[in-house]
Unconditional design. Structure first.
Ligand code: SF4
Ligand code: SF4
Ligand code: F3S
Length: 265
């Protein structure tokens, strides 16, 4: 077999907490090691690359120049737009500047997590830095993979789709891949029979909580949250927030920080 060159990938980090990366490296379907070492060439990423300083910047510039129109751009974090973007700078340049430059030659762009997809905590009121999701800045299509963080296997699943089919997956009206975001958490939640039967947890430590009843009355946002948690689950299919006893806080939905409170008394 003739080996194909691995597609180059640039992964940018702007206003974020890095848990999207933390989630990504826990993917088991496919194994993240197989993806990073065999399927893609992760040429620039501040958290995982061995290079630092000028050597790292050279990797970024070389990839943009040598693979113009061919590299994939993955963006973690929102972009501050107030005061000329000075609230996030890397190697002396603003996130805003870097995003425009790298997006120009990208074959496909993915927004990782709620920060890059909808602004997340940085853009919550009063949004002091003017944090902005990347689709509001760029005039190219952006595949949104929201969640705080997104599910690891959803992240690698989206990358795999782009690599295997050479096209962006089918998206919903908000730009999210339909294969992972077309159903509400509530639609596939294992506690749904309790919801339908009108059996609800009334207090965190009551008997009904111990019996695993529905968390709707505790503020669960599963009925208005589109994500694959109840199907794909987290940590290699082990569990998801509701299974651990807490309601969904809607972490993949727009403005979930401002749509609070998370708790009702
Ligand atoms: Fe962190 Fe959430 Fe932003 Fe991802 S979306 S970088 S997990 S704050
Ligand atoms: Fe729906 Fe939440 Fe109840 Fe599950 S726990 S059935 S998602 S309201
Ligand atoms: Fe987030 Fe709700 Fe899933 S809080 S992790 S979308 S169950």
């Amino acid at each position: 077999f003739e080996s194909q060159p691995r597609p180059p990938v640039i992964w940018l980090h702007f206003q974020e907490c890095t848990c999207c990366s933390e989630s990504f490296i826990r993917s088991s379907h496919p194994m993240v090691g197989d993806l990073i070492l065999d399927q893609i060439s992760l040429d620039y990423t501040e958290t995982l690359q061995a290079a630092a300083g000028e050597a790292a910047e050279k990797c970024l510039k070389d990839t943009m120049k040598n693979y113009h129109g061919k590299y994939f751009l993955l963006v973690e974090g929102s972009v501050p737009t107030k005061d000329d973007g000075i609230y996030c700078t890397i190697a002396g340049r603003s996130a805003l500047e870097i995003l425009h430059e790298t997006a120009e030659g990208a074959a496909a762009i993915i927004a990782w997590g709620s920060c890059a997809s909808n602004g997340c905590v940085q853009s919550s009121s009063p949004n002091p830095t003017g944090a902005t999701p990347i689709h509001e800045i760029l005039d190219k299509p952006v595949i949104k993979v929201p969640g705080c963080p997104p599910i690891a296997d959803v992240m690698t699943g989206v990358v795999t789709h782009v690599l295997v089919f050479g096209s962006i997956p089918e998206l919903d009206g908000q730009g999210r891949p339909k294969s992972f975001y077309s159903r509400r958490v509530h639609d596939t939640c294992y506690r749904r029979p309790y919801y339908d039967a009108g059996l609800f947890v009334e207090r965190w430590d009551d008997e009904k909580a111990r019996k695993g009843y529905c968390l709707y009355k505790m503020g669960c946002r599963g009925p208005v949250t589109y994500n694959a948690c109840a199907v794909t689950r987290w940590n290699a299919g082990t569990s998801y927030p509701i299974q651990s006893g807490h309601g969904c806080i809607g972490c993949s939905e727009n403005n979930f920080w401002d749509n609070g409170p998370f708790y009702r008394h």
